[in-house]
Design a protein around this ligand. Structure first.
Ligand SMILES: [Zn+2]
Length: 82
């Protein structure tokens, strides 16, 4: 049995590039469909290391999600609990 620290290994890694940079997409808080993939099933914002966004766009996504929540375009919490 090898005792590698599990922290060093990435459990799964999606593509490391930022999809907003690659596809030249503008982050728009009115586009709920665009932001939805960056919410977990518990409606939490997915961290950058998993989403693969660059710092600039991750910040924009975070701001856009919070803004969209205020407009009731995105859920604050798990919607299935209703
Ligand atoms: Zn980017």
């Amino acid at each position: 049995m090898s005792s590698y620290p599990a922290m060093l290994r990435k459990p799964y890694h999606r593509r490391k590039v930022c999809r907003f940079c690659v596809d030249k997409i503008q982050v728009d808080y009115r586009e709920a469909a665009l932001l939805l993939p960056f919410l977990s099933d518990r409606a939490k914002i997915i961290p950058r290391r998993i989403s693969g966004n660059c710092a600039k766009h991750q910040r924009q996504v975070t701001t856009a999600i919070k803004r969209a929540r205020q407009l009731a375009l995105l859920p604050y919490t798990d919607v299935t609990s209703e």
